[in-house]
Unconditional design. Structure first.
Lengths: 509, 321
């Protein structure tokens, strides 16, 4: 294996490939930072350019773009409260409050270091542990995916602490919206209101831009120039050094988020959009100061950004070992491999080690390249956004939101839906409903629906098909995790209540 | 002076509008071709378009832009296509049985099957029944015997989506063999693969392409084509084994209704050249696609024939009235 790694390094360290990694990472970061332009789209758009390249050069570029894109999503999440890709949803929770406090630079440093560590962790797993880890991808069947969805929904109880009812209402709304379009199983037409374009359902990106970005734009406009004083850019010395030191003082968070990202990445049915929220939730749960999450705490940014970049390497594990794409951009990389006459799978690992290892190492290198590029470019960008007048900032971003929501499916309806969700989001926020539970519902609704219906269909060997939901050990683990996660925020009060009972008994006795 | 300037502008604007129109009728094509793909990147339709793209540019003589309009199992893209300008510069990949079954089942799918003006059908992927390489079922007979021994509905077969060629193929097998397999739809032929490899379903009714791509992991039991395929030469057809199951997906390109016949013919000629190009043929074979060479008339004939066939099956199944 080490021969192969040396061979890969030898192939990678040519001027051409190094330049491609750099160019790929930088352009990925830019695309990722633009709301609406996802990693999947960036990779898909680049496919035609790889025709004329050698397989190695093509794959190196695609891998670097993918890695850069997932990281780039953090910029817009932190600076304008809009996740650049769905993998950065959780980054807005603490990243944007930090930017509002004039600590945008600190947040970007945290995102950069976290992304690099997560990205490297995923790639190291990819290179050294692929065969054993790939089996995880196969252990998850329909029932397990259903429970993954349920576990994801329980995050709401900690995301919306204190306003649980509002959180669960939001999630229900999100799940309801997710049923718009053609049913994944059975093909029924649901809630399309007679519009053919609605058969495609509501795209996650469209809702993300609408719910996160538009209300924020409206707020900026309402505040007017008052914002200037509020968000005054503070140039503090030693931000880079101090922040880096603080990040490395939380090895638990880094490791936990990296593992979450890698494992979720391995599952073909789940990707960065779920991984970053789970990692955020677990970081909050493990923290000694969970109440500070959501107010601009660096731990939150580190958790989400570490996890989403670990997804990149994780998602490639089933791709290179089994030929099963772990995430949507991997499906495109799979297509490119096929076009080049290379069949992903163990054969590729063995026969074309030169290509496989060079590709994997290039993805890892992209994670490292992100650090200098991101620290320089990201801080520049943060200064720019922080000092730019609302008068230019708001129209500029408004145009980007329209371009982004149109570009995702080349559909005008998506722009209208985005604006509609923007107004809904603005109203709901005033009423105290937060956007994250709604988005979580939209992400997890289809996962649960497909999982549930498929499980019931496969369960005909049982007296009741519902038993199929609970026959596998992995399902039990996921159920236990769900219950635990759901009750966690209330453990304190439950303990108190139990003590109270004991106390009153003592008195009675 | 001002008036002169305005007149000049108007004059040039008129030229700008009229000129391309006249040139266009004189020698099509004069501008880039938009080739819409209605399915996710990385799927069969996308891979085919990407194989064609470089060669298509060469024979078309202008640039070719592949774009995606994804959603509704293809219907979002097709309903948009039929509303596009019928000038021969916008085409979309279209699939059988999708374009027949969607209008049948949904009523309002946003398009009618015959709205899509068929240009060329260039490939088919016959249904292929596969089990895991380590599965105890070595032949189709083993598998059908197993299904017969068990209560109906217990043996599960995964496949790509509801009302697809995989779904219909499973239904036809049920009927031909007198068994009841439970069909489990997945989000695409790719997402059904881990379900089989992980043992969550007994078999997959998938496409020939998957049998080639996962040769080391799948054991192909039978293929639903009239004759064996060269890349899967050792796989018998259902017909050889005594079951009348011939089903699969066809892929081609279509234009908006009202596109002039001579332009459709020109495009068909271009695609004919593309599909007969050795580089394209080699890649199609390697990936398990069966190349077809059906021009506008032949494609339309196939669509009309299949419309009758599918309507009968769907009625029998009670999925439509």
């Amino acid at each position: 294996m080490f021969d192969y790694i040396l061979l890969g390094l030898h192939n990678l360290f040519t001027i051409q490939n190094l330049l491609l990694v750099l160019a790929g990472t930088v352009s990925g970061m830019i695309v990722g930072a633009l709301p609406g332009l996802t990693a999947t789209m960036a990779v898909a758009l680049l496919v035609p350019f790889t025709y004329t390249m050698s397989p190695i050069a093509g794959l190196v570029t695609l891998g670097a773009i993918y890695m850069g894109c997932i990281y780039g999503g953090a910029f817009s999440a932190i600076l304008i409260n809009t996740p650049g890709t769905p993998s950065s949803i959780g980054t807005t929770f603490d990243g944007y409050p930090m930017a509002k406090q004039g600590r945008g630079e600190e947040a970007i440093v945290a995102a950069t270091i976290g992304s690099a560590i997560g990205g490297l962790f995923g790639v190291v797993c990819l290179i050294f542990l692929s065969p054993p880890l790939a089996d995880i991808a196969l252990k998850f069947g329909p029932a397990e995916y259903f429970w993954v969805g349920v576990f994801g929904i329980t995050i709401i109880s900690s995301l919306s602490e204190g306003a649980f009812l509002k959180g669960i209402t939001g999630a229900a709304f999100g799940i309801l919206v997710s049923t718009i379009g053609i049913a994944p199983i059975g093909g029924d037409v649901r809630f399309t209101f007679g519009s053919p374009a609605m058969q495609g359902g509501v795209e996650l990106i469209v809702m993300l831009i609408g719910l996160f970005c538009i209300p924020e734009l409206l707020n900026l406009v309402l505040q007017g120039e008052a914002r200037k004083e509020q968000i005054e850019y503070k140039r503090t010395k030693g931000v880079l050094w101090n922040t880096t030191r603080r990040i490395f003082s939380m090895p638990g968070n880094l490791l936990r988020s990296s593992i979450i990202g890698t494992v979720v990445g391995i599952l073909p049915g789940a990707g960065g959009n779920i991984a970053n929220l789970v990692a955020y939730n677990e970081a909050k749960r493990a923290s000694k100061t969970p109440e500070k999450f959501g107010t601009g705490i660096i731990d939150g940014v580190v958790a989400t950004e570490t996890a989403n970049n670990a997804v990149v390497g994780g998602g490639m594990i089933p791709l290179v070992t089994l030929g099963i794409p772990g995430a949507p951009p991997d499906a495109i990389i799979y297509g490119v491999l096929m076009l080049q006459g290379l069949r992903p799978g163990p054969e590729l690992f063995a026969e074309r080690a030169d290509i496989t290892y060079t590709f994997m190492l290039a993805v890892g290198l992209a994670a490292i390249v992100m650090v200098p590029v991101g620290l320089y470019g990201g801080r520049l960008m943060s200064r720019f956004v922080a000092t730019l007048s609302t008068r230019y900032l708001v129209p500029g971003i408004a145009i980007l939101t329209m371009v982004g929501s149109y570009a995702i499916r080349n559909n005008y309806l998506d722009v209208i839906l985005m604006l509609l969700f923007g107004v809904i989001g603005f109203g709901l926020r005033r009423l105290g409903f937060a956007a994250p539970p709604i988005v979580l519902g939209l992400i997890l609704g289809p996962l649960m629906e497909t999982g549930l219906v498929q499980t019931l269909l496969t369960g005909q060997r049982f007296t009741s098909p519902w038993f199929a939901l609970v026959v596998n050990p992995i399902s039990w683990i996921l159920i236990a995790m769900s219950i635990f996660s759901f009750l966690w925020p209330y453990f304190g009060s439950i303990l108190k209540w139990l003590k109270g009972i004991g106390h009153s008994r003592e008195q009675a006795g | 002076m001002n008036k002169v300037a305005i007149r000049l502008i108007v004059f040039f604007a008129l030229i700008a509008v009229i000129l391309p129109a006249t040139v266009f009728s004189a020698e099509y094509p004069t501008k880039a071709l938009t080739y819409i793909i209605c399915f996710n990147p990385g799927g069969e339709s996308d891979i085919t378009a990407r194989i064609q793209e470089p060669v298509l540019k060469k024979y078309f003589g202008q640039d070719v832009v592949v774009t995606y309009k994804i959603g509704g199992g293809g219907s979002v893209g097709w309903s948009e296509l039929i509303r596009s300008k019928p000038d021969g510069y916008t085409i979309a990949g279209d699939n059988l049985p999708h374009i027949i079954l969607q209008p049948l089942e949904r009523g309002k799918a946003g398009y009618n099957t015959l709205d899509l003006k068929q240009i060329y059908m260039f490939e088919s992927t016959p249904d292929l029944l596969v089990v895991r390489q380590d599965s105890p079922y070595k032949t189709l007979k083993d598998f059908i015997d197993y299904a017969k021994k068990n209560p109906p509905g217990i043996v599960t077969v995964g496949g790509s989506g509801s009302s697809t060629a995989n779904d219909l193929g499973t239904t036809m097998l049920n009927k031909a063999a007198g068994i009841k397999l439970t069909y489990i739809p997945f989000g695409g032929s790719g997402s059904a693969v881990p379900a089989l490899l992980g043992g969550h379903v007994t078999a997959l009714m998938t496409y020939s392409t998957m049998g080639v791509q996962y040769k080391g992991k799948f054991r192909s039991l039978a293929i639903a084509s009239e004759e064996r395929m060269a890349v899967l030469a050792d796989v018998p057809t259902f017909k050889e084994l005594g079951y009348d199951v011939v089903e699969g997906a066809y892929r081609g390109v279509a234009a908006p209704p009202g596109t002039p016949d001579d332009i459709v013919k020109k495009l068909a000629d271009v695609f004919d050249k593309v599909m007969k190009d050795p580089a394209v043929q080699k890649k199609m074979d390697e990936n398990g696609f069966k190349t077809e060479y059906m021009g506008p008339e032949a494609s339309l004939k196939l669509v009309k024939k299949k419309m009758v066939e599918y309507e009968a099956i769907m009625k029998e199944l009670g999925r439509i009235k």
